[in-house]
Design a protein around this ligand. Structure first.
Ligand SMILES: Cc1cc2nc3c(=O)[nH]c(=O)nc-3n(C[C@H](O)[C@H](O)[C@H](O)COP(=O)(O)OP(=O)(O)OC[C@H]3O[C@@H](n4cnc5c(N)ncnc54)[C@H](O)[C@@H]3O)c2cc1C
Length: 453
């Protein structure tokens, strides 16, 4: 492999792998391309790297094509493997990881002669703007790249905010629900406290349930909400566009009115929420910064549980456990976590109450979901970019500041000519940028952008 690269893609989850596939497929001259990940295989990332067959996609198969211009591509891939699936089915995420990797293999089968491609299992720890840029890897290897793309995806959750953080060093604390090692410590009779009641909590509860876990799980989140279940629906026409809503309150009001109208006509509120999807980045961009902040503070929890829904099979498991008293969700603000003689305790202030209560369990699992605020995270590569002024956090603390084409904004607000990103890191700018239907479009567009320079 040449040590001088045209493009280095840092991160090989869905975003990085599909970007590599588009670059290989669309290049008209030989490319020197590196795809790098801390994980051993491309195409998986956090979402599709799970080894649990009960972790299913939260988007139906018919909407999960990796190629925006070929909507049935995933369904056809399943069919070719004689895997029975209808467009409305929710397939295992590990299977989807195989599909993403297949896209890369297929692209590699038809490259321009002279193309060099390497997938490297290593970690990028620093980038220097030295034209071509210097890329430092954990292994000590140093490469040069004309262009680099951060496809770093979802970061692990940050520890919950409490005054005394000594509990985070306890054996009773599981900091990362996605870590297989951590979860294997949980026994089937261990009662659990989970901080967070969103998709991460549901994933873990479903995995433990399938494994035979039958002890109570108590979940704590600010509002005590859990994601709604998917149901098939008839589409609803888009009713909002950029600039129509000028405040978070106005936006919420319009969505509520439209949902009530749809339901009065026998339609499903889900259709109303999903009708906004294509317009969401435009609506988001048109809101003033302080209204975005208000949305995040007041509306986000409600938006998340209606927008990011779960497969019916997952909702069934959760409903069954709740019915049997094996899963409870509490709304309130976490105040303290501490060890007890038998395990751990979470002290919280319930919503609209003034007396503290506590939950008891064998372990506390942090299920608060991916963190995007770099002030709370330690990521050597991003730290180095911030330190050298090659990137800056977006003003909402959800990712990095980017231009419309995904170019990173440097510390002085200049769009980079060689450093780009796609996927979850663009959340501050686009809001709707974390799932396949959006990222597949970004991957194709960014490939065109990179090949044009
Ligand atoms: C549990 C879960 C389930 C989901 N389910 C769905 C779903 O069903 N449908 C859907 O559309 N979306 C789903 N999503 C949304 C998901 O964000 C996208 O679908 C997509 O997987 C994002 O891919 P990504 O490559 O941007 O990020 P990731 O999957 O997070 O991949 C980023 C990769 O970058 C690597 N990396 C990070 N830093 C470095 C470094 N310094 N050096 C080298 N490598 C590095 C990581 O190891 C990782 O493999 C889910 C997300 C999660 C977390």
């Amino acid at each position: 492999m040449a040590e001088h690269l045209d493009v280095a893609i840092l991160g090989a989850g869905f975003s990085g792998t599909m970007l590599a596939a588009h670059l290989l497929r669309s290049a008209t001259r030989p490319l020197r391309l590196l795809l790098l990940d801390r994980r051993p295989q491309p195409g998986r990332g956090i979402a599709y790297g799970t080894e649990c067959e009960h972790h299913v996609l939260n988007v139906p198969a018919g909407k999960m094509s990796a190629l925006a211009d070929n909507p049935d591509h995933f369904l056809r891939w399943l069919e070719a493997r004689q895997i029975a699936a209808a467009a409305g089915d929710f397939m295992p995420r590990m299977l989807y990881g195989e599909y993403v990797a297949h896209n890369l293999r297929e692209a590699l089968g038809a490259v321009v002669p002279g193309t060099h491609f390497e997938f490297l299992n290593d970690e990028a720890v620093a980038l220097e703007d030295d034209q071509p840029a210097l890329l430092h890897l954990r292994s000590g290897r140093v490469l040069r790249a004309k262009q680099a793309v951060l496809a770093l995806g979802n970061f692990p959750p940050a520890d919950p905010r409490i005054e005394d953080d000594s509990f985070f060093r306890s054996e009773r604390y599981i900091a990362h629900a996605w870590s297989n090692n951590a979860v294997s410590r949980i026994g089937n009779t261990d009662p659990l406290i989970m901080i967070g009641s969103g998709l991460t909590m549901l994933d873990l509860a479903v995995e433990l349930d399938a494994r035979g876990h039958r002890a109570p799980i108590q979940c704590l989140s600010r509002h005590g909400l859990k994601p709604q279940r998917h149901r098939p629906y008839e589409p609803w026409p888009p009713f909002l566009k950029a600039g129509d809503a000028t405040s978070a309150r106005d936006l919420l009001h319009r969505v509520r009115v439209e949902a009530a109208l749809a339901m009065s006509q026998g339609k499903d509120w889900r259709a109303v929420i999903d009708s906004l999807r294509a317009q969401t980045p435009g609506i988001w961009k048109s809101l003033p910064l302080y209204e975005k902040r208000r949305f995040l503070r007041h509306v986000r929890p409600f938006w998340e549980v209606h927008r990011h829904r779960v497969a019916p099979h997952v909702a069934d498991v959760i409903d069954r456990r709740m019915g049997a008293g094996l899963l409870e969700i509490f709304g309130g603000r976490l105040r303290a976590l501490r060890e007890t003689p038998t395990g751990a305790e979470a002290v919280y202030m319930p919503r609209r109450e003034s007396k503290l209560r506590s939950l008891q369990g064998a372990f506390v699992v942090n299920c608060t979901g991916p963190e995007g605020d770099f002030r709370k995270l330690r990521h050597p590569l991003v730290d180095s970019l911030l330190e050298h002024g090659l990137a800056r956090p977006d003003r909402l603390g959800m990712g990095l500041d980017v231009a419309a084409d995904g170019a990173l904004m440097d510390a002085w607000g200049e769009a980079s000519s060689w450093l780009f990103t796609l996927g979850p890191l663009r959340k501050g700018a686009l809001w709707e940028t974390t799932a396949v239907p959006e990222i597949r479009v970004q991957a194709a567009e960014l490939a065109r952008r990179l090949l044009s320079s």
